[in-house]
Design a binder for this molecule. Structure first.
Ligand SMILES: Nc1ncnc2c1ncn2[C@@H]1O[C@H](COP(=O)(O)OP(=O)(O)OP(=O)(O)O)[C@@H](O)[C@H]1O
Length: 263
């Protein structure tokens, strides 16, 4: 009973996830046995040195990529068992994404960009819902503006409104403040924090920045494709302290293809 209740309260659950890539004559173990549960309504940051597997973890958890082996569950759904078509639908309807590059369509207004996921899903696009999503990110008065008429922070807010319009179970963010100055980055992070605190949103964010990670409830550290501990409620200084030892470590996960399990 306890176990079942635990399972239901997890937004995302990864069990022994491996992801290998063939790269030239070598195999890269981008993820090397990751087991991780992310409870609903929480904000998790994923940190680690460059090449430690952060983006791969995010992509596998979000159904953008398939693990070589292991299990990934979004709520009750096992992602690894889904066909491409079902996975595409799941990405459209149950998860949201924001990236470092805002990826807005330049010819569309903020409102049209925000409405895009509903249009792609051939769902109705109630104007009130689009405005509500823009209001949530503080941009109700910019609905008619095109991306070139908006600042970087405002463009990322539109990207956030677009990610939220389908009311996703999990919002995945890959370096969402990487292209922003620190003040604008702070506004976006405060917004993410508010989404978790005032709603039922679950956020998973990959970042290099200890200050950004300090907005999360929990920081999970990845090194060489494996989880190397975590920190809850850590300050930017504490998080940076944990990272300091790893940043200088040389990656050690490339093996000859012949030594590795097939990709
Ligand atoms: N499509 C791919 N083909 C081959 N190797 C890949 C591919 N994607 C990722 N890798 C390798 O897997 C490892 C993990 O990459 P990943 O991008 O997940 O790391 P990261 O921690 O997000 O890095 P960074 O912080 O630099 O963005 C790296 O060694 C990378 O070169």
């Amino acid at each position: 009973m306890g176990d079942e209740a635990d399972m239901r309260s997890q937004a995302i659950e990864l069990r022994d996830v491996h992801r290998r890539f063939a790269s030239g004559g070598a195999a890269v173990a981008a993820l090397d046995g990751v087991t991780l549960a992310l409870p609903r309504g929480t904000f998790t940051a994923v940190m680690g040195p460059s090449g430690s597997g952060k983006s791969t973890l995010l992509h596998c958890a979000a159904g953008l990529d398939r693990p070589t082996s292991g299990s990934v569950r979004l709520g009750e759904t096992e992602l690894t068992a889904l066909s491409e078509r079902r996975l595409t639908l799941l990405r459209r309807e149950r998860v949201g994404f924001v990236f470092q590059a805002f990826n807005l369509l330049p010819s569309l207004t903020a409102a049209q960009n925000t409405a895009l996921p509903l249009r792609l899903a051939r769902r109705r696009v109630p104007r009130a819902r689009v405005l509500e999503a823009l209001r949530e990110v503080g941009l109700a008065d910019r609905a008619g503006h095109r991306p070139s008429q908006l600042s970087g922070g405002q463009q990322q807010r539109v990207a956030l409104a677009r990610a939220l319009i389908t009311r996703p179970e999990v919002l995945f963010a890959d370096e969402p403040t990487g292209a922003l100055d620190s003040r604008t980055g702070h506004q976006i992070l405060t917004l993410l924090r508010t989404l978790v605190d005032t709603g039922s949103t679950t956020i998973v964010m990959v970042t290099h920045d200890p200050t950004a990670a300090s907005y999360a409830d929990r920081v999970v550290f990845l090194v060489d494709g494996r989880v190397h501990g975590e920190l809850s409620g850590g300050s930017a200084r504490e998080i940076a302290g944990r990272m300091a030892g790893w940043e200088t470590k040389a990656p050690s996960k490339t093996t000859r293809l012949s030594e590795a399990t097939p990709c």
